[in-house]
Every structure is written in structure tokens, then in C-alpha cells.
Design a protein. Sequence first.
Length: 301
Amino acid sequence: MSKLNAGAQGHLAMLVFSALVAGSFSLGVQAANAIEPAALNAARFALAAAVIGAVVAATGKARAVHWQAPWRYLVLGGLFGIYFVLMFEGLKTAPAVSAAAVFTLTPILAGGFGWLLLRQVTTPRMALALAIGAVGAVWVIFRADLQALMRFEIGRGEAIYFVGCISHALYTPMVRKLNRGEPAVVFTLGTLIAGCLLLTLYGWSDIMATDWLNLPAIVWITLVYIAVFASAATFVLLQFATLRLPSAKVMAYTYLTPSWVIVWEILLGNGVPGGMILIGVALTILALYLLLRDDSAVSGK
């Protein structure tokens, strides 16, 4: 398979990834205050592991050599576990579109980690695109309020989620650094099992305190969605793309997330953000366009 074909596959994977991830923001806002984040995400990882485990068993791709150095899966599972717990903690107070805008800050972070860990180079055009995307994200995060921006009045939920996004950005280049040729689904399964183990240990008291039989329906809808579509599917898509594209370009697709969230919000009957906020969303789309046109960056392969 040529490099062009591999790259195109990576781009397609991330396009689907961004649409699926967006749904977790709109649904997560409605469920975040009904269950503790650690309990929800421990269940999420367990269900996602069951789904991916069934796929691995059906395809017969797992080999004993794939489970060597299991510490790699603990590192990756820990990073993603931190991200998801802080995401739902942040969604307790942060609006869906605003949280999605925070998520768009991960490309610039991923670019930095990509250089530190893999020496992946960010070209001038990529740097410009990342800067434009960051400006758009900040504009949305501060609700298009210049006075709030000048006072740096960032919401508590957005601040918590930003810490989680740092973990997510580090995860992206770590996948390439730690992968030893394992198929994406097998590597994903190892990450999910490790993440489930770590979250179960961390959130055991919350898990035991949760009245699972009497949770609101929206919690179960959100759990199934984030486990199957925003975990199992996106884990595979992310790892598939990460092995074919530079870290900054992989995370560039997060710039589409606010736009997808707006679509989700409309479909769920939650209205449309104000026109001034849409300016920030437009900037993130421009950043994506610039990043995808820049084919001169060193891929790190």
C-alpha cells in the first residue's frame, strides 16, 4: 500500500472519529451530574473491552507476542482514563460546545508532545493553522466575551477538562512510540483492559455507591454510546490513524468537533449557539483546512 493510500485511510478514520466523539459531549452534559465520572468510565471501558474483545476473538488477530511488555497498556490506559474522568467532571458545569472548543486545543499540545517524543516536525503552515485553531477555541471557551477574556474568566468545568486534554494529547504520540507492530484492534483491547483495571481500582468506592438499577435512562444511553461508538470505535480509529499520520495532523480533526457538536445540539433540540460564538467555530474549521493542505511535514516514519 502506498504512502498516499495509507494517509488517505488515516484522514478518513479521523473524519469519522470527530463525528463520533462529538456525540459524547452533547450526551455527556445530560448525564454527567447523574453518576460519578469514575464509575461511568469504569463501566464504559469494561463494555468497550467486551466489544473489542469479541472483534479480536472473531478475527483471530491476537498473538502471544502482542501481550509482551504489558506496562505499555497500563501507560496508555492510564492516560485515556485520566482524560475521560476529567472530561465528565468538566461536563458537570461546562456547556457542550464550550467543552468541545477546549478539546480543539489538543492539536497544538499533541504537536509539542510529537516533537518531544518522536521528533515530528511542525512546519510554518502547520504552526499557523494550530495558532488559528487555538484562537478560535479560546473565542468559544470565553463565550465570545472580550471582557471575560481580558479577565481570564474561564469556567471551572473548562479548566478541569483542559487538564484531561493534556493527557489525551500525550496519548497520541505515545501510541506510536509504544506500539510494536500490534494490530490496531489488539492494541486497543490491551489499552481498554488496562484502563478498566485502573479505573476500577481508582473509582471502586464510587462504583459500589452507584445505584445502577435506578439510574436515569439518559445515563444508560450515554454509557452505551460512549462505550461502543465513542470508545471502542474511536480507539481503533485513533490508533489506526496515529500509525499513518503525524500526531499534529491526527489531532487536527478535533477542530471539527465543535461543528459536529452544534449538529448534535440541534438534533437533540438544544438550540444553536450565538452568531459571535460561531465565528470561533469557523476559525477552527479554517485551521483544519490549513493543516490538511500541508503535506510537507515530516511524518516521523
